[in-house]
Write a protein that binds this ligand. Structure first.
Ligand code: NAD
Length: 355
């Protein structure tokens, strides 16, 4: 076993968790002396924004143009609106895209940010912001980006369609998997990571069959919170870098790409992380002691797409993707070798089982 030797940093944020907790919003604003929130949603979740406004007794101003990849053009429009209504705070209700806009406005204005997540992506727990300028996505990290308050209310996740619930949940699991073998891994975060994976892996197959199962939805949201904490606390490696490359350079969808890549990225690292593989196998149901097998079984149960070809990624792009993926050095438990990475990407494109 590895001798204990680590640095542990706690990111300060307030979490209010429980069914119906969206009703606590007026109290959450009052405890910070806030009166005029800007309420952010995507066009698909306007009804969630209206619900927030109703709970606040009609107070607040809706901005419903949040969109994928946080384009700075949308942020600029939101900033002008924030000024025009004299907002003193931001409430973002939605997935990573909406929370991204909340972070972008908050970090530019210094306004306090209350997040109400409705997917399992975990952005609400991180000081990380990815923004796109003219189609190019840039990521930065700053403690000021971390939202101050997060309300997890399971009721808001019931409308997340089964397919999106599955891929969003695997996106969350991926944060925890990489936290276990991060260069700055530490025992506290590893505990959270394993608990997060266990909660999600148990709940997701139930959710796919019965999306309104509140107990399973609650477990999944609890797991997503823990996985988000892991993402916000330690560094990510090959899996997140590959997804970033594929998503950013080939326009592939975020959660779906994470879902397809995860077993392959883990299989790449497996020879160098036997202890982690053993712990993962313990929290993945039906793994028979083999974490890769456990992940393959889970993905089969979730009925998700297994090949990037399904999302338009072409076999002739595999080499280009491999070149981009190895162009910037980063920490990974197994050194990055171009030919092996190319093979990983080839398998994800073709939709083969990881091994
Ligand atoms: P998303 O926010 O793009 O949401 C996808 C769609 O689902 C949207 O139309 C949204 O309105 C809708 N939706 C969300 N919740 C719903 C619900 N409960 N019911 C019905 N519809 C719902 O998807 P996402 O996967 O949550 O976020 C992906 C984005 O977040 C990516 O751009 C990714 O880079 C970013 N992200 C950032 C971080 C970070 O730490 N900065 C972490 C994770 C993800």
């Amino acid at each position: 076993a590895t001798p204990l030797n680590f640095v542990y940093n706690v990111a300060p944020s307030r979490v209010v968790f429980g069914q119906g907790k969206i009703q606590a919003l007026p109290d959450e604003l009052a405890r910070q002396g806030l009166k005029t929130p800007l309420i952010l949603t995507t066009p698909q979740q306007i009804q969630h924004g209206e619900k927030v406004k109703a709970i606040l007794g009609g107070v607040g101003h809706l901005f419903t143009e949040a969109t994928m990849h946080t384009p700075t053009s949308v942020t600029d429009t939101a900033l002008a609106f924030t000024k025009s209504v004299n907002a003193d705070s931001i409430i973002s209700i939605g997935g990573g895209s909406t929370i991204g806009l909340g972070k972008a406005v908050s970090v530019r204005t210094g306004l306090p940010h209350i997040c109400i997540p409705t997917t399992y992506a975990g952005s609400e727990m991180t000081p990380i912001l990815g923004e796109s300028v003219d189609g190019l996505k840039k990521t930065r990290s700053d403690p000021k980006i971390l939202p101050g308050t997060v309300i997890y209310d399971v009721d808001l996740t019931l409308s997340l369609p089964p397919g999106m619930s599955a891929t969003s949940g695997i996106n969350a699991i991926a944060h925890s998997v990489e936290a276990l073998y991060a260069q700055n891994a530490n025992p506290i975060i590893s505990l959270l990571a394993l608990e997060g994976i266990k909660s999600l892996a148990g709940a997701l197959p139930i959710i796919v069959e019965s999306p309104s199962d509140v107990a399973a939805r609650t477990s999944a949201q609890y797991g997503a919170w823990l996985c988000g904490l892991c993402l916000g606390s330690v560094g990510m490696s090959i899996h997140h870098k590959l997804c970033h490359t594929l998503g950013g350079s080939f326009g592939l969808p975020h959660a779906e790409t994470h879902t397809i890549v995860l077993p392959h990225a883990l299989a790449y690292n497996a020879p160098r992380i036997p202890e982690v593989m053993g712990k993962l196998a313990e929290v993945l149901p039906e793994s028979n002691g083999d974490a890769i097998h456990g992940l393959n079984v889970l993905l089969t149960r979730l009925k998700v797409q297994r090949g990037l070809s399904h999302f338009g990624f072409k076999a002739e792009d595999v080499d280009k993707a491999a070149d981009i993926a190895v162009s910037n050095p980063y920490y990974n438990p197994r050194p990055i070798e171009r030919d092996l990475i190319r093979e990983v990407i080839r398998r994800t494109q073709a939709g083969e089982d990881a091994r």
